[in-house]
Design a protein around this ligand. Structure first.
Ligand code: AMP
Ligand code: MG
Length: 486
């Protein structure tokens, strides 16, 4: 790995220098060869060498490990000191294509930000993050990625003793809204400016010459959130902990905790055991993203203009645009899922009728849209209709929808392939992930995890061998709650 540690160049208040705490007996679970190749990592390493490297027992040449400081709003409440309490950044690496990525070990031991925590991660959440982040990437959704996972040979203690694991995470950035909030809350405007300048130089270089680069930064970060959340909504992803410390400024999905995919459509769906009031329910995600961006805007006010009233107004204008931009992006994704053009009002009406019927019929979010795409290709409607308990309403809706499709005068094949490119066949369903985690934790068996990763690497393609993995859970398999496992 070729390290180029730009974050280290920032003032000392931005991080703590700290090495990962060695573990007893690291064993490689998986190494992501394809990603390794993109990153230019030497592939001639033995599993033992990879385990040493990705457990933090051996620190690669050129790395200079640090734990980053940040703050954040957690479930709406401000916490002034968070930071990497169970992770270290090994540094930034540059790829053969001259792209820069952060390499982070998660579960790597205590840092000064650990508070009461042990700095470790149970194996279960490592498996979940590995599977879901790689699935998100394959689904075409911006996400941090997983390069490797290891077991530590040590137990971690939560409700019971459970095997420990470490995930190697690759991200375009680990700068969070919470990183800005840390300095803003302390009125450290110099550090805030240094952070904003670093973020612009590294992640938004085109803003360098704009008339007010901090205002433009706010706009771009909002736009990336909008694009991201619209895509989450399109595939039924629920992040579960959309706190500002889990909001990346580059618009990547980050910090997979109690995240989950919705099976049957219901905007009020919540899985996370810590989300008692449903703040981060599926349907709330667009408005929560706006709330998070308002926090970001507050941080930037002192940089936008010395006249704070004027700066506040300018920032507010950007935030005021959020709902309509979000709605446009969401409608574009959702209408495309049913093969219609979102700029037409009847498309949006048709979409909302369908969603209403799906809600009443507890229709599977993934299969309903996928089978709809297949009707255009002349396949039998029965698979689609099977997603509904009662057929009258949906039959009427289908008639209406077919008229709209016909009116578009477009090539049917093109409509079908456009729909299929947004309507996956396979998603990482919760019961499948739970099964993979159970096998790993109870029997040290990673075969189910690997099968899932194979299937989910081509989520938009039919894979007849794996039909079983398309199906929603049987009643006894339904997962009602997911846990952070921190
Ligand atoms: P997260 O749930 O990943 O968003 O984490 C929230 C905060 O708690 C972050 O500052 C983490 O670093 C910290 N944290 C979570 N789990 C642990 C742990 N086991 N030990 C130390 N800090 C932790
Ligand atoms: Mg977090």
């Amino acid at each position: 790995m070729l390290f180029d540690n730009s974050y280290e160049g920032l003032p000392q208040e931005f991080y703590e220098r700290i090495n990962p705490v060695p573990v007893q007996d690291p064993k490689l679970i998986i190494f992501n060869d394809k990603l390794g190749k993109i990153l230019g990592i030497d592939k001639n390493k033995t599993p033992k060498q990879l385990a040493e490297l990705f457990s933090g027992n051996v620190i690669p040449k050129g790395s200079s490990p640090i734990a980053l400081v940040y703050a954040g709003h957690q479930f709406g409440h401000f916490v002034s000191e968070l930071g990497d309490g169970r992770a270290v950044l090994l540094g930034q690496i540059s790829t053969p294509e001259q792209k820069y990525y952060d390499v982070q070990l998660k579960g790597s031991g205590q840092t000064k930000f650990s508070r009461q925590g042990d700095g470790r991660s149970p194996l279960g959440p490592v498996i979940r993050e590995y599977i879901v982040s790689e699935a998100m990437h394959a689904l075409g959704i911006a996400s941090t990625r997983s390069l490797a996972a290891v077991t530590t040979g040590e137990k971690v203690f939560r409700e019971t003793a459970t095997p420990g694991g470490i995930l190697t995470r690759i991200a375009e950035s680990h700068i969070r809204v919470g990183t800005f909030e840390y300095f803003a809350a302390k009125d450290k405007t110099d550090n805030l400016k240094t952070l904003a300048e670093y973020a612009i130089k590294r992640h938004f270089p085109s803003l360098k010459d704009s008339t007010n680069c901090y205002l433009s930064l706010l706009e771009q970060v909002c736009d990336r959130q909008i694009e991201l959340i619209a895509k989450w909504m399109g595939i039924g992803f629920i992040h579960g902990v959309m706190n500002t410390d889990n909001t990346s400024i580059v618009g990547e999905t980050i910090d997979y905790g109690p995240c989950a995919f919705m099976d049957n459509y219901d905007p009020s769906t919540v899985f996370s055991s810590i989300d008692a009031h449903g703040r981060y329910a599926f349907g709330n995600q667009p408005s929560i993203a706006q709330w998070n961006m308002a926090c970001f805007a507050n941080c930037l006010v002192p940089l936008i203009d010395q006249d704070l009233d004027k700066a506040g107004e300018q920032a507010q204008t950007v935030i005021n645009q959020f709902p309509s931009k979000m709605n446009t992006a969401l409608m574009a994704v959702m209408c495309k899922k049913i093969g219609l053009d979102s700029s037409k009002t009847n498309s949006q009406e048709t979409l909302s009728k369908l969603l209403r019927i799906m809600l009443d019929n507890k229709s599977d979010y993934t299969l309903t849209f996928r089978y709809l795409s297949e009707i255009i290709k002349g396949k039998r409607e029965s698979l689609f209709k099977q997603q509904f308990l009662e057929h009258n309403q949906i039959s009427n809706w289908l008639k209406e929808w077919k008229e709209l499709i016909k009116d578009q005068n477009l090539d049917k094949k093109e409509i079908a392939s456009s729909m299929e490119s947004l309507n996956p066949v396979f998603i990482p369903r919760n019961h499948l992930i739970e099964r993979a985690i159970k096998a790993a934790v109870e029997n040290n068996d990673f075969s189910e995890m690997k099968t899932l990763l194979t299937i989910l690497s081509k989520p938009y393609e039919e894979q007849s061998k794996y039909d079983e993995y398309m199906k929603p859970p049987k009643p006894h398999e339904v997962v009602h709650q997911t846990f952070c496992g921190t």
